[in-house]
Design a protein around this ligand. Structure first.
Ligand SMILES: NC(=O)c1ccc[n+]([C@@H]2O[C@H](COP(=O)([O-])OP(=O)(O)OC[C@H]3O[C@@H](n4cnc5c(N)ncnc54)[C@H](O)[C@@H]3O)[C@@H](O)[C@H]2O)c1
Length: 325
């Protein structure tokens, strides 16, 4: 156990949805936090009430800026990445550039400044169509189709993991990799399934105040995911940082696998509306089932606490208030 209390920690991507929650989690446990973020998708406003956080606006591809940000730290949590499914298809070049140059810049800066500890936020997308569900960390990582731009995201994460693991092998004292699985919560942006369902249903509710709302979705609705609330995620993340073993990889998620149709129904219930789900085609490259095996994380004392219905209710309320503001 290496408590984060008193440690100086750089969080790249710390103005993002997950990064800002991690920053709060680290501060609450007594760490001193610096953030590097270019605000391309994150917002410094997420940290506006935290004057103790040192904010550096910089691009992770800018090697000198990363060197300066890493100097003086005990530890780096690397989360800066281009996220959001739509971007995978639109800008695979940028996704890979940020992934690869960012990871190399972070590793070079850690080595140059004697920072021995690195935690990389990877993704469940490294598994793609996993042969085993719930999926343990040991299954092979795959890029199913090199020509499909969707896999720029997961491919960039696989490259980042390889770099962190092997480039840092003997030169860093502690390399940890986490693979988040479908993290959700208030203020999570617009590109993920829960906010997209919430924003569409909020609009439909306003336009048609009574009756059953038709609700088109991608796929049959039987496709599954396991969602983890941001508060539970942050708890798991800090547990890995404090207790994780060198060169160990941890899924962070829940093993509560739910069909997408149920997610849609929970969003509708949060708005007190009834919906008629209309199945549609799936985007090429989508995965039918995804749920992590979290045995490794549970061994660190992790237990998720937020039921999906409760977490979706508070998330939908946040999006409702944001639209009214
Ligand atoms: N949200 C999820 O469910 C999920 C699942 C798996 C993995 N992840 C990973 O967790 C991390 C955080 O994800 P998130 O959901 O908070 O996304 P996010 O987009 O809210 O956060 C990413 C942050 O990185 C910053 N960033 C992007 N490009 C940058 C660049 N070139 N230089 C500096 N900063 C840059 C953005 O401004 C943003 O603040 C990412 O690495 C993501 O791939 C998230």
């Amino acid at each position: 156990m290496i408590p984060v209390a008193g440690r100086r920690i750089l969080v790249t991507g710390g103005a993002g949805f997950i990064g800002s929650a991690v920053v709060r989690g680290l501060l609450a446990r007594g760490a001193r936090v610096r953030v590097l973020d270019d605000q391309s998708r994150g917002h410094a406003r997420r940290l506006a009430d935290l004057p103790e956080v040192e904010f550096r606006e910089a691009d992770i591809r800018d090697a000198p800026a990363v060197q300066t940000a890493v100097a003086g730290m005990d530890s780096v949590c690397h989360l800066a990445y281009v996220n959001g499914t739509e971007f995978f298809y639109q800008r695979p070049d940028v996704i890979l550039e940020v992934a690869v140059k960012g990871m190399i810049n972070v590793l070079d800066a850690c080595l140059a400044h004697g920072v021995g500890e690195l935690l990389l936020a990877s993704s469940s997308e490294v598994y793609q169509r996993a042969s085993v569900v719930p999926t343990p960390e040991s299954v092979p990582l795959v890029v199913p189709d090199l020509t499909n731009p969707r896999f720029s995201y997961g491919g960039g994460k696989i490259i980042s993991e390889l770099l962190a693991y092997h480039y840092g092998h003997s030169r860093l004292s502690r390399v940890l990799i986490v693979r988040p699985h479908n993290v959700y919560g208030p203020d999570m942006g617009h590109e993920h399934v829960i906010p997209q369902f919430a924003e569409r249903l909020i609009r439909a509710d306003k336009a048609t105040p009574s009756g059953i709302l038709p609700f088109p979705i991608q796929g049959t609705g039987e496709e599954t995911r396991a969602f983890i609330h941001i508060d539970d995620f942050t708890d798991g993340f800090v547990r890995v940082l404090e207790q994780g073993r060198h060169q160990q990889i941890y899924n962070i998620g829940t093993d509560d696998e739910v069909p997408i149709a149920e997610v849609a129904q929970l969003v509708a219930q949060a708005l007190r509306r009834s919906i008629a789900i209309q199945p549609g085609p799936l985007q090429a490259g989508s995965t039918a089932r995804r749920s992590p095996d979290i045995t490794m994380l549970r061994a660190l004392g992790f237990t998720p606490h937020t039921p999906l219905s409760e977490g979706i209710r508070s998330t939908v309320t946040w999006y409702l208030n944001a639209q009214q503001a």
